[in-house]
Design a protein around this ligand. Structure first.
Ligand code: ZN
Ligand code: ZN
Length: 332
C-alpha cells in the first residue's frame, strides 16, 4: 500500500521526525583505530584506480579485454550499485519504503560489497550530512569551512569528493544517528562483517569470469573489470554526489543548502544526481520527480512494489512538489 508523506517540511536526518540535537560537535565520536582506518581507506581508494588504469592500457593494446569482462562489469555495477542507491540510501538511511528483515539485510550486504564502509557508518554519516547540509557539522560539504574564490572552490570540491574520508577522524556517532539500525541484529551482523561482503563482491566477478571463459585467466581479467574497476567507478560516482551535486547544476526546489540537480550524472548514479530534489524531499522513493528525469533506482523500487517485495513506498503529493518548486528568477 502506498503512503503519502506529510506536507510539513521535515529536516530531520532520516526525514522521519524532529531533530533532537543541535550541537554538531557532540554528535561525533573519534575513530577507534585511526591509523588502521586511514590505511584501509588509502588502500581501498588507491589500489582500484591503479588496477583500472593498467586494465585500460592493456585493454587498449588488445591484450586484456574481452566482451565477457564488460558484461560482468555492467552486471556487478548494476547489482552492487543498487545495493548503495536503493539499499543503503533510500531504504536504510531515509526509509523510503518497507520490506521484510531478510530483504533489508540483503540490501545491506549488497551495498557493503561496494567497499564504501560498513553500512551503519555509511548511514550515520549520510544522515548527519542531511542534518547539517553545507554548514558546520556537514561531513563533506564543498562550501562549509572553505574560502570563496577559485582556490577555495577547488579545495572545497576536493574535500567533499574524497579528502573528507582522510581529513576528519571524528565520525558521525551511530548511537545518535543510526539507533534504528543498531536495534536490528541482522544489520549489525552485516555491518560488523563488512570485509566479508567486499571479498564476496570480488569473488562474484571472478566466479562469473571462470564460468564464462572456462579459464582461471578469464576469472582474473573479470576480477580486474568487475572487481577493481567497478569499485573505482562506483566510488567516484558516489563521491561525485557529495562534491559535484553540491556545486554544479540546477536548484529546481527550495532548500536551505547548496544541493543541485546534475542531469548527466543521474545516469551512472542510478538517479541519485537529482540531489536538490532529494534534499527537498528526503524520504521520497523517487529523486527524479519529472518523468523525463531518469531515475533507475525509483523504477526498480516500483518493480519490487509490483512484485510485493516492498511496500509503504513514500510518495510526495503533487501539491507539495509544486509548492516547493523554486520560482523562475530571470537574470538581470
Ligand atoms: Zn547532499
Ligand atoms: Zn540522502
Amino acid at each position: 500500500m502506498a503512503t503519502t508523506a506529510a506536507d510539513a517540511p521535515d529536516r530531520s536526518p532520516a526525514g522521519t521526525g524532529p531533530i533532537p540535537w543541535t550541537d554538531a560537535e557532540a554528535l561525533v565520536r573519534p575513530v577507534k583505530l585511526p591509523l588502521i582506518d586511514r590505511t584501509a581507506s588509502a588502500l581501498v581508494t588507491g589500489i582500484p584506480p591503479v588496477i583500472f588504469l593498467v586494465g585500460v592500457y592493456f585493454g587498449w593494446t588488445g591484450h586484456l579485454l574481452v566482451w565477457q569482462d564488460l558484461v560482468i562489469l555492467a552486471f556487478c555495477y548494476a547489482l552492487i550499485g543498487t545495493g548503495i542507491t536503493v539499499g543503503f540510501h533510500r531504504l536504510l538511511t531515509h526509509r523510503s519504503f518497507r520490506c521484510n528483515r531478510w530483504v533489508r539485510a540483503g540490501f545491506a550486504a549488497l551495498g557493503s560489497a561496494a567497499a564504501e564502509g560498513p553500512v551503519i557508518d555509511w548511514v550515520a554519516t549520510h544522515r548527519k550530512h542531511h542534518q547539517f547540509s553545507d554548514v558546520q557539522g556537514d561531513p563533506h560539504s564543498p562550501h562549509a569551512g572553505h574560502d570563496h574564490g577559485f582556490k577555495g572552490a577547488i579545495k572545497g570540491l576536493l574535500h567533499a569528493h574524497i579528502g573528507w574520508v582522510f581529513s576528519d577522524m571524528d565520525v558521525a556517532d551511530e548511537h545518535r544517528y543510526a539507533k534504528d539500525l543498531l536495534a536490528d541484529p541482522l544489520i549489525v551482523f552485516v555491518s560488523d562483517t563488512f570485509p566479508l561482503w567486499v571479498v564476496l563482491g570480488l569473488a562474484l566477478p571472478f566466479g562469473l569470469g571462470v564460468a564464462l571463459s572456462g579459464t582461471v585467466t578469464g576469472g582474473l581479467t573479470a576480477l580486474l573489470w568487475g572487481g577493481a574497476a567497478r569499485i573505482f567507478l562506483m566510488h567516484h560516482a558516489t563521491f561525485s554526489i557529495n562534491s559535484l551535486c553540491h556545486f554544479f547544476g540546477k536548484q529546481d526546489y527550495e532548500t536551505t543548502d547548496e544541493s543541485r540537480n546534475l542531469a548527466w550524472l543521474a545516469v551512472p548514479t542510478w538517479g541519485e544526481a537529482w540531489h536538490n530534489t532529494h534534499h527537498a524531499f528526503p524520504t521520497s522513493y523517487r529523486h527524479g520527480m519529472d518523468r523525463r528525469q531518469l531515475d533507475l533506482s525509483a523504477e526498480f523500487i516500483e518493480l519490487l512494489e509490483r512484485l510485493g517485495i516492498v511496500w509503504d513506498v513514500v510518495r510526495i503529493s503533487p501539491e507539495r512538489i509544486e509548492r516547493s518548486r523554486r520560482p523562475f528568477r530571470p537574470v538581470t
